[in-house]
Design a protein around this ligand. Structure first.
Ligand SMILES: [Zn+2]
Length: 403
């Protein structure tokens, strides 16, 4: 139970500086976040609650589909990146000078760590397929970091990596993972506005990658949706000189909208497994190189997109699945606190889901409590006062409920 009487991250009357979109104003005003520098944020208690709920949804779905959680380090030695020639080619990678003339990287992605890790555990075709994931901070040395939603220097990502013995097995898993992702969207309340778009991927593969794009006014990408077969294409794969031509049905009729990428999945073929010399004993008794796939979710961007999608003029209308708490309980006058706590026990509410407004100083009048309850927009607003206690009841979202 979070008790507001000692809570430091208070709401503010006016909107603080340092925001360029509506949801960020409200998150700042409600005390959820503070900007440490461009593209780097501190999360306070309530924003962290939202993050933990999103993480829980992601974990449950991944665990259900035989993906196994790990936690790889944020820091890695240059030698790992030398094996794939990516130390100098990932232009957003932070390079850190270290003691003994060594150099370390702050990871912007983790293929160079997961591949040698799995090398220790994959021996035969019987060990495949296998998928491991983590939820970890990532770093990008952005030249143009922005406040608010996009272009962060530090962010939280779920990244999963799968290993396979055949193309068919990889493709099956890849399609499966699309379903897992769609199920996660539904639970996060982002389902209606999400499309799967084809996008470009590295030159070593002829396959497209798939991006999950959320239609939103704050955007980085332009999506072309085919009017005939509904397949979406990121502008980067549209021939802008000769005009749009659908990659699937060849129609040139399209609609266009702005979107922000939130998740992506892509085939890695044997790029990393070859670089690290991973091999397993195949069914035919010959040594083989496993195929790999990669599945990312920008967890911290998902938070911002949920906030931006559900923002109103005054608050963020949280989907219940990710709201900072389920109950906001305002107690009116200190002498009623004990009875209010008794009532909370009696109602058997999940205490980790309660924000208790137990502030009783002269400055915190009823309307201040209601104003905060509104700004935080917790789905169930409960008021307990002398009157409700006398009537053996409580007020829930403006309605009197008898106990
Ligand atoms: Zn089409």
């Amino acid at each position: 139970m979070i008790k507001l009487s000692k809570f430091p991250f208070k709401t503010q009357k006016s909107i603080p500086n340092g925001s360029d979109n509506k949801s960020t104003w409200i998150l700042l005003q409600a005390g959820f976040i503070r900007q440490t520098m461009a593209g780097v944020y501190t999360y306070t208690t309530f924003w962290l609650k939202v993050l933990r709920k999103i993480e829980k949804i992601v974990r449950e779905e991944m665990d259900n589909y035989w993906a196994f959680e790990t936690l790889m380090p944020a820091l890695s030695p240059k030698e790992l990146w030398d094996k794939t020639w990516r130390w100098d080619t990932i232009d957003v990678m932070f390079h850190l000078p270290a003691a003994n003339k060594k150099e370390y990287g702050l990871n912007s992605t983790h293929e160079e760590l997961i591949t040698p890790l799995m090398w220790d555990f994959i021996q035969s075709y019987k060990d495949l397929p296998v998928c491991a994931y983590q939820i970890q901070n990532k770093f990008r040395n952005e030249k143009r970091a922005k406040s608010g939603l996009l272009r962060w220097r530090e962010f939280i990502m779920k990244d999963a990596y799968s290993f396979h013995s055949s193309d068919e097995d990889f493709e099956k898993y890849y399609e499966w993972m699309k379903e897992v992702y769609l199920s996660i969207f539904k639970k996060l309340g982002l389902w209606d506005d999400t499309v799967i778009a084809l996008a470009d991927w590295w030159t070593f593969t002829t396959k497209f990658s798939h991006e999950f794009q959320v239609k939103i006014d704050i955007w980085e990408d332009i999506i072309y949706k085919c009017r005939e077969c509904w397949i979406c294409h990121n502008e980067e794969i549209v021939d802008l000189v000769n005009g749009f031509k659908c990659s699937s049905c060849k129609s040139n009729s399209f609609e266009k909208f702005n979107a922000s990428e939130i998740w992506n999945i892509f085939p890695l073929e044997t790029k990393f497994t070859s670089a690290f010399w991973i091999q397993y004993l195949g069914e035919d008794n010959k040594m083989q190189t496993p195929l790999m796939g990669c599945y990312g979710i920008w967890v911290s961007r998902a938070m911002w997109l949920i906030a931006e999608k559900f923002v109103t003029d005054k608050w963020i209308n949280w989907p219940e699945s990710v709201a900072p708490a389920k109950y906001y309980i305002a107690v009116i006058w200190e002498e009623n606190l004990e009875k209010a706590l008794d009532l909370i026990e009696k109602l058997n509410l999940d205490k980790s889901e309660i924000i208790l407004d137990d502030r009783f100083s002269r400055k915190i009048w009823f309307w201040q409590k209601m104003w905060d309850a509104e700004l935080l927009w917790i789905p169930n607003k409960i008021v307990i006062s002398k009157k409700t206690i006398e009537e053996n009841s409580y007020e829930l979202n403006g309605k009197l409920i008898k106990i």
